[in-house]
Design a protein around this ligand. Sequence first.
Ligand code: NDP
Ligand code: 8X3
Length: 252
Amino acid sequence: MNRIALITGATSGIGRATALTLSKNKFDIIITGRRTELLEDLKKEINDSSSEKVYILNFDVRNKEEVDKAIDSLPTEWKDIDVLVNNAGLAVGLNHIQEGVVDDWERMIDTNIKGLLYVSRKVAPNMIAKKHGHIVNIGSTAGKEAYENGNVYCGTKHAVDAISKGMRIDMLKEKIKVTAINPGMVETEFSIVRFKGDKEKAAKAYQGFTPLYGNDVADAILYAVTRPEHVCINDMIITATAQANSLYKVVD
Ligand code: NDP
Ligand code: 8X3
């Protein structure tokens, strides 16, 4: 029987790649995000290439009521979520702290920290009732070292690091696995969002080296969620070969 995975932020980048990868590996997938048309496109792409089932939920992770309502609306056959991938997230702006834009800070904190918490709070109790489940949180190398201008984004990913460790401890007795996957630079829509739609600036972020792609992170997620019952990958850092951590990268 297939397992069920819910992936937040499946309209793009790492989340989209993860949906495609898991659907090729015996998972039925609940794909979520705000851009419905992109979720419909992804559903079609999965349905065209595999027989695994796909269900769409459209919600903003920052809105607790929307999160609860969407997850409550799942049909009975979709309610037993085996794997939750908390992937929805973003960086907005790249400024020194004293020039920071408060609205940007709030978007990052509300999405990357509070959104992850709202979805986890809604999904985890059912996992605990079944004494079975796996939560995968997408952190970042930015959650391991801070870098210049990264301040609040790095803070949100340090929070993901700490929350992941805390979740693991809190749900240990119930046998719930928790994995934090911490990628370095991945070429997705991430930099377009960070630079507020400036595609030229965004493209420059990946020049002179081969970055990670969404599929590379999806592979790591697949590895984590397909270990035997007695094995839990707690924490994983994955970077391009050209990048050691947030601070060291070689470019041609
Ligand atoms: P993308 O911008 O390509 O994808 C982000 C996804 O998050 C989209 O599907 C977007 O969907 C969703 N999302 C954003 N805000 C919300 C919201 N309020 N409610 C629901 N969904 C939301 O970026 P990535 O794939 O790169 O990012 C995915 C995760 O990986 C993020 O948590 C990011 O911090 C992390 N990460 C990225 C790295 C990189 O270099 N790219 C490196 C390390 C970590 P929609 O807009 O349709 O709602
Ligand atoms: C995204 C990677 O280096 O921009 O988390 O922080 S980085």
